[in-house]
Structure formats: C-alpha cells, structure tokens
Design a protein around this ligand. Sequence first.
Ligand code: LIP
Length: 311
Amino acid sequence: MAEVNLQEIHDTLLSIAFEAGRMILGANPNDVSTGTKLNSVDIVTETDQAVERMISTRLKTTYPTFAFVGEETYVAGETRVTDAPTFIVDPIDGTTNFIHGFPNACVSLGFAVGRVPSVGVVYNPFQDLLFTGIRGHGSFVQRNASLAEGAAGRGPKQRLPLAGRGSGAAAPPLTGLGAALVAVEWGSSRDGPNFEVKARTFERLAASREAGGSMVHSLRSLGSAALNLCACAAGQVDAYWEGGCYAWDVCAGWCILAEAGGFVASGNPGEWEPAIDSRVYLAVRGAPSGQRELVEEFWAVIGDGRMDYQH
Ligand code: LIP
C-alpha cells in the first residue's frame, strides 16, 4: 500500500469541511425534512444525508483505496472499523442542536490507520470555529476560519491546549473531580441499565460531599461528542464522559485531544486503552499532572456500574 500522507489528507479534509459548512449553513433547520432512527431523539435530517453524500463522493474520488465509515450509511452489525486506512465521518455531529437552531453543531472528519485516530478536522460553521490535528504534529483551533487566506478577521491558528485557558500561562494540573468542569451527554437511549448508570453517575458527580457526591464544579452538555472532545483538547472542560456514541462521533476529536496532551480511557472502569468503536469513553484534558488520578476517581464514582452498547 502506498505511504499515507497525513498532511495531504488533512488538507483534503479541510476543504471538504468548509464545503460541508456551507451546505449546513445553507439549510433552513425549520424547514428541513427530518426523520428518526432508533427512537424519537435519534434524529436524522436530509441535510445530514446530503452532506455525507458529498463527503463520501469527494473522498472516494480522491482516495479510492481507503475505507469509509459514515454515520448515515452505517449498517448495524455489518459496518466495521478495521486496521485499514479509514475515513470515519459524521456529517453533522449535534443534529439535535442543528434542528433547534442551537449553534453547536459541526462536521466531524476523522482518519484512522490501524484503528488509531491520525487526522481530525472538526468544523462548527455556525461559529466559524475550526479544530484540527495531525498525529505527531499537534492540534490547533482557529476562529473565523473560513475567511479567505489573509483576509482581515481570520483568526490565528492557536496551538492546543489553550495554555492556562487562554491566559498564556502553562496548562494547570488536574486536582480532582472537586475542581473539575465535566462534559457529559444524555445520548439517545433513555431507559434500561445504561441509562441508569448514566443518571446515577450524573447525580454522584454533582452532589455535595456531604451528600456523598464529588461536587464537580458543574456538568456541561455541548450536544456534540466531537465538540466536547475539542473543548477537552482546548482545556475548557477537564473531562468528558459518554456512553452510546460511535466511532464517527469521536475519531476526529480523539486525534485533536491526543495531540493536545489529553487521552481517552474507557467510560467503563478498568480499561486504559479502549477501542475506537468501544462506544464508552472517558476523555481527559492535557495537564502536567493528575490525569490518571482523575480517571481513577471518575471510575470510582461509576462504581460497579457498566455501560454495554452493541456494535
Ligand atoms: C450525537 C453525539 C452526542 C450524543 C448523541 C449523538 P449526532 O451525534 O455527538 O454527543 O449524545 O447521542 O450520538 O447524532 O448528532 O451525530
């Protein structure tokens, strides 16, 4: 197989992200045809499908020998992420936000080799906010990203994490859940054992120490796994925990987080190196110390609960 040029793949994904962004912005979410998949909160729109068609057409034309896994063409029990070079794509991550006009949705374009996230491009067109990463070459955020090269107002590419949360100081150590801002998501399964583990863990994270909880600073739900991972990469949240999302929700953001010094452990206690399609994840931001301790403290909060999702 020809050598994989990650920089070239990054550049292709960037151009596709901007085209996807124009399509997403051009759609009127109040007037877009909407359907559901597993249940009433697992939503798909004609825009998700049209954007994925554009992405897969462009990628299959440019890289005909590489595999492609996309949210809208995935077949449960059949589609697999293999060791082959694979584009792993969510045309709109945050579809619920998209249809509500809540400006937190993105196109998430990942590329994995040997099931390792190796390029990530996450673009939120509503905020013209771009996150990118290439394995071994760092990750970056850029505001006003789609403006023409050199145009006034195009933001500088800032390396992640945003040191000292934008203050120019070094990224602070992690000092435990009691000082953490934690991203979580309800997901689309709203009953059964997985839902019980989530609801119980949310309660334990939020409750006061007196009530037996961790009393995290607060919980946040951006409504997009990719944007949660990018917020973690930036150092804007300390950790992100979710069960139920898929490889296309996390591949791009995972690469961006890893290049910012963070990592992804399993969302179930005990496993430090989860598979990209394990569907249960706990992400931790880059920090000079306290990362593994935060994961262990989080796993203790989950206790003997385990989330189990089919592939
Ligand atoms: C969504 C995720 C979100 C998760 C939802 C869903 P979609 O992706 O990013 O974090 O909680 O269950 O998977 O459906 O908007 O592409």
